[in-house]
Design a protein around this ligand. Structure first.
Ligand SMILES: NC(=O)c1ccc[n+]([C@@H]2O[C@H](COP(=O)([O-])OP(=O)(O)OC[C@H]3O[C@@H](n4cnc5c(N)ncnc54)[C@H](O)[C@@H]3O)[C@@H](O)[C@H]2O)c1
Length: 318
């Protein structure tokens, strides 16, 4: 008789689990039979994002701010994803962002140490700042303005990486660091300031799509299912990282705007607006490491992922 394979983890703690990426992680883990405690203070996330998990076996929602020490049932995996992530959010919450990256990471690491759990930090391509190396590999140290408007996020994540490294060196905690590049998909907020949800919201409303600068700056966009698969592959490995996770297909902001207009069938036009200070000109991951060590690479092409995201936004608006 065929037996169902045991889940890789008994109990995972996902900080920031009620956010965009975190809620997809919680769902993937519950679906594979791992119990999940989702820890969130809802500063940028929402209970709605995990409403479909409430009542499912093994799911616990723990409302808590991770800048304060917190405790859970024994866990064998801690995924530390709590942090405001969109520029609109971290500019609104600058000190909370710094404290979540520093004190919050300290508390999440302490939890992992107490429970002898595998720990994975969600870091970001923003640690590369406005990069002078292209594409960015993990060995590049970055070009970050420590007093610019984005520094509250960039430096919080750089500090979180340093703390995670010191924890592994000093206490032997089994840590891993993933550097996520732009990820998009269902459950992003239309007003969070990030390009994909902004363009989709504007296109569906028939408003002009606001492209910053001349639109020639590039981003690489990974669909959330690909990102989640990469994070769980990292968690299942014993790699310390950092490991880049992103889609190396580069797209200019103007191309993205035109693609969204086409896929939504919108009559919207493009309107050019000022580019934010320290906005990176290029962003593209070198994923050689993830390909080689995790056998991971993105599978969802941009047109397909964007179409899925658009249908989710349409359903929300209905
Ligand atoms: N989405 C991306 O493209 C992307 C790219 C790079 C890195 N990341 C990282 O992935 C993680 C998730 O990003 P996201 O896009 O899902 O953002 P999000 O804002 O949707 O989710 C973040 C979640 O963390 C929670 N949170 C924030 N501070 C907290 C605190 N002190 N205590 C408890 N909960 C707290 C928020 O309420 C929210 O639910 C972040 O750490 C972010 O830096 C995301």
């Amino acid at each position: 008789m065929a037996t169902t394979p045991a889940p890789r983890w008994e109990h995972a703690v996902v900080t920031g689990g009620a956010g965009f990426v975190g809620s997809h992680l919680c769902t993937a883990l519950i679906d594979q039979g791992t119990a999940v405690t989702c820890v969130d203070d809802f500063c940028t996330g929402s209970r709605r994002n995990v409403a479909h998990l409430e009542g499912r076996a093994g799911f616990t929602l723990l409302p808590a701010d991770v800048t304060q020490p917190f405790e859970t049932a024994p866990a064998d995996l801690v995924l530390h994803f709590a942090s405001p992530a969109s520029p609109a959010d971290y500019l609104r919450l600058p000190l909370h962002t710094l404290e979540t990256g520093s004190l919050g990471t300290r508390n999440a690491l302490a939890l992992a140490r107490r429970h002898e759990a595998r720990f994975v930090l969600a870091s970001t391509s923003e640690v590369y700042g406005d990069p002078q190396q292209h594409p960015q590999s993990e060995s590049y140290w970055g070009n970050v303005n420590p007093v610019g408007p984005r520094s509250v996020y960039d430096e919080a994540k750089r500090f979180a990486e340093a703390l995670t490294t010191a924890e592994a060196d000093g206490h032997g905690t089994r840590t891993g660091i993933v550097r996520l590049f732009n990820t998009y998909g269902p459950r992003m907020r239309g007003h969070d300031g990030r390009a994909v949800p902004t363009f989709i919201r504007q296109a569906l409303a028939g408003e002009p799509l606001t492209v910053t600068g001349d639109g020639r700056q590039t981003r690489s966009l990974a669909y959330v299912d690909d990102t989640v698969r990469g994070i769980l592959a990292m968690a299942a490995s014993d790699l310390r990282g950092p490991v880049n996770l992103g889609n190396p297909t580069e797209i200019t902001m103007l191309e993205l705007a035109r693609t969204v207009i086409e896929l939504t069938g919108s009559s919207s036009t493009v309107r050019f607006i000022d580019r934010p200070t320290d906005d990176p000109a290029v962003r593209c991951p070198d994923i050689t490491l993830a390909r080689g060590k995790l056998q991971w690479e993105p599978r969802v092409p941009p047109a397909e992922g964007l179409a899925r995201a658009i249908s989710w936004f349409r359903a929300q608006a209905a």
